[in-house]
Ligand binder design. Structure first.
Ligand code: HEC
Ligand code: HEC
Length: 475
């Protein structure tokens, strides 16, 4: 391998003297093997502060959702669940961790999904809060069951009941979302599309729901992986595309758009989100559960610091740094669809950016700013052993394959058994397929599901790759 002495060729500073948070620093980094890397350094954003314990309690058991299924109906469908991994109290101790029981504004007892539907998952049967849900299943139309459910609720409680009233917004949202958020495989997420569908039905200022959408949202879904929450404390922007700048808490309310009736609820939830952010930022990466060869890891660390840390930072306890780089599509070359989706000129994007940046979410004391510059964030790699599959679209099953682009499987299936972990290649065990078997197969030839790019590990030898993997286990 060549000795990668990185030469900073030139630095273009736009508005470098202003304190404007939108100022952009674009760097061209040239490597000795004549590659040119184009990265933007994401400007810091100031966040509100809160209380970790209050935030944890609100996240696990709070009423940030305001509409849902009547509690008795939920219980009849799912039965009692005694696992209680979050050690919740009261009624919540008897239901699945990813649902919360709430008393609606009108007094009805309801159950609604919470953030942990997408932001918690198990490895070796142990629930890790903050780990993106690697097994979420969006392959079916979630609205399919709605007619039966609605008929049942009407028959049991009546149309005039508080239970039906507290269910209606949830129903409206599911009916709108269901057909537009269907993925090709299990294990990829559609939250970005859910958000688009929900805001297409809501007024940007009052957040009031309109049954007829203000703009048409098509049925094409671009799959996304869910970033681990323990990485957020290092990041200057949220999302793979660094889309969400300025206030993070504001964007957490996005989840409540599924069920809220009006802006009063949003204002109430907004006041709690700084505590939720404090809790999320307190989460540490889970430790690697198997043995680590310390000598090999030391060799790997040197290779990593020479080859990878320019983009991913370094993890030395005395002088760790994380550069917050947004790497251009031309440089990283991974599937471009998610990034392009936000940079392309379209009626939907005009509506989307205007909705967020000039409505309730983007204005007032703590506004967020959505800003699409193209490319993907080089994420921090703390706890990366746990976050398989890899890349923003979950297209690569192991880190060994991330580091060797030639070897990545084009069609691969996994068992979705959370103990089916490969501690040699770091990621999920998988079977290479010659055709798509079912929704457990990931087909990288589909739009948005591509597994190319990020060839930065290709020049390493096999033994160097193993050393880097060993080092990554320690992060
Ligand atoms: C339906 C699934 C889903 C739910 C529910 C959900 N999220 Fe997310 N979340 C995602 C996905 C997918 C992303 C990544 C999107 C992207 O980067 O394009 C994400 C990203 C994030 C991030 C940014 C992580 C990063 O490093 O960029 C935070 C923080 C976050 N969500 C917090 C929350 C909170 C708090 C809630 C509940 C109030 C919540 N989410 C509910 C799917 C979900
Ligand atoms: C020029 C910048 C750059 C360099 C150099 C680089 N990476 Fe990356 N890396 C990225 C970007 C950007 C992504 C996100 C790509 C995506 O999601 O599409 C990424 C993603 C990854 C991921 C997947 C993370 C996840 O959770 O999905 C791993 C693992 C990784 N890189 C390891 C490495 C290692 C090891 C090296 C050195 C051999 C390296 N990278 C060199 C920019 C870089």
């Amino acid at each position: 391998m060549k000795n990668p002495l990185f030469l900073l060729l030139s630095v273009f500073l736009l508005n470098s003297c202003s304190s404007d948070s939108e100022s952009i620093t674009s760097e061209i980094i040239e490597t000795p093997n004549d590659e040119v890397w184009e990265v933007i350094s994401i400007p810091e954003s100031i966040q509100r502060t809160g209380d970790i314990e209050i935030g944890k309690d609100y996240l696990f058991s709070g009423n940030f959702m305001s509409s849902g299924i009547p509690f008795a109906v939920y219980n009849a469908i799912y039965g009692e669940n005694s696992e209680n991994p979050l050690e919740r109290t009261g009624v919540n101790a008897t239901i699945a961790y990813n649902y919360t029981s709430i008393t609606a504004a009108n007094g009805a007892q309801i159950v609604a999904p919470n953030c942990l539907n997408c932001h918690a998952a198990k490895i070796n049967d142990e629930l890790i809060v903050g780990l993106g849900n690697h097994s979420v299943d969006f392959t079916t139309n979630r609205a399919d069951l709605e007619p039966v459910l609605t008929a049942g609720i009407i028959q049991f409680y009546g149309l005039d009941s508080p239970e039906y009233e507290a269910y209606e917004q949830f129903k409206n949202s599911i009916v709108a979302i269901g057909p537009k958020t269907i993925t090709e495989s299990i294990g990829v997420n559609t939250a970005n599309k859910i958000t688009e569908v929900l805001i297409s039905h809501r007024d940007k200022n009052t957040l009031a729901w309109n049954d007829t959408p203000y703009i048409t949202v098509d049925e094409e879904v671009i799959p996304a992986d869910v970033p681990a929450w323990w990485l957020l404390k290092k990041k200057n922007a949220m999302f793979h595309t660094a889309l969400n700048r300025n206030d993070f808490c504001k964007s957490f309310i996005g989840a409540s758009l599924l069920t809220l009736n009006d802006i009063t609820k949003a204002v109430e939830v907004d006041a709690k989100m700084p505590d939720v952010l404090a809790y999320i930022e307190s989460i540490e990466a889970p430790e690697y559960p198997y043995a680590i060869d310390e000598d090999l890891a030391t060799t790997g660390k040197e290779l990593f610091n020479n080859t990878c840390s320019n983009c991913h930072g370094n993890y030395d306890s005395d002088d760790s740094f994380y550069p917050n780089s947004l790497v251009s599509l031309g440089t990283v070359n991974t599937d471009s669809e998610l990034s392009n989706h936000y940079t392309e000129t379209s009626l939907l994007n005009t509506y989307f950016f205007d909705w967020f940046n000039t409505g309730y979410f983007g204005t007032g004391e703590n506004g967020l700013l959505l800003n699409a510059e193209g490319g993907y964030v080089a994420p921090p790699l703390d706890g990366v052993w746990a976050t398989a599959p890899y890349f923003h679209n979950a297209s690569v099953p192991t880190i060994m394959d991330v580091l060797n682009s030639e070897n990545r499987p084009e069609l691969w299936s996994r068992t979705f058994d959370d103990s089916d972990y490969d501690s040699t290649k770091l990621g999920w065990n998988y079977t290479v397929e010659t055709s798509k078997q079912n929704t457990q197969t990931y087909d990288t030839s589909l739009k948005g599901y591509g597994n190319g790019g990020h060839t930065f590990g290709d020049e390493l030898t096999d033994s160097e790759r193993l050393a880097v993997l060993e080092y990554l286990k320690t992060l």
